[in-house]
Design a protein around this ligand. Sequence first.
Ligand code: AMP
Length: 280
Amino acid sequence: MKIFKEIEPLRAFLKQFRQPAGLIGFVPTMGALHAGHRALIETSVKECNYTVCSIYVNPTQFNNPVDLAKYPNTLDTDIELLEKAGCDVLFCPPHSEMYLHQDHIRFDFGLLDKILEGEFRPGHFSGVALVVSKLLNIVQPDKAYFGQKDFQQYLIVSKLVADLNFNVELIRMPIVREPDGLAMSSRNARLTAEQRKTALVFYQSLQQAKTRLQSGADFEVVKAEIKSICESKPEITLEYLALADTTNLSPLKNVTTQSVLLIAGYVGEVRLIDNLIIAE
Ligand code: AMP
């Protein structure tokens, strides 16, 4: 595997693979790689001739400096995982390579970047859109792989790619979970053993809400039930539980043919998100 920290040598290297029969697959990440990331890499390896992964903890998408400072960094084991998964190129630039100026452009996605994650993490999706735009321009992949775990992020990136005519096919991959159901996340590494058990409440809430909705309960009733379960656990702070349309995340009162449940909250100081598609 080749590793690049600078844009131009990476571009020059990839140019030789931009042949008619050579598909480049791309998996952008922030590192601390786990089986969720590995599934994305392995799918790219299967579907493309050449797979590029980026590891870059993007400061412009962090609204909370503590979260940024505490974001796990496990580059050596990440490289091992990437090698095993068959990744061909890792791009892991320093900040100076990615951001030349302090002042940078901002994106506005209308309602889509103001609700849910956007409400609780102001500016987050503008930072995501900026770094994804930069990475897509740097790598110029044919296919880019994103996880359903970040459901709203996938919709934002889809809109970005469509509105700016990026020449890339986006692929959404299912959520990879721990055996007990906890969605894999780099932030899980920050949980204590006790918090790790408590963290399961988010997935359990999604499942319980799905069952209740499918048996005809109104979402407002279900939301109140889940809220009281979460409030009974001192380590949990629920930020939102939402039932939304899978295409644009507009809020729903009842299940439709395109519904997703989304949840976010804190376990102690660690912020986690999860979601469950009910119908699509
Ligand atoms: P991150 O490193 O958290 O920025 O994630 C990089 C990519 O991996 C994003 O497209 C995520 O949605 C995806 N991802 C993260 N966790 C999972 C998971 N548990 N299952 C599937 N994809 C994931």
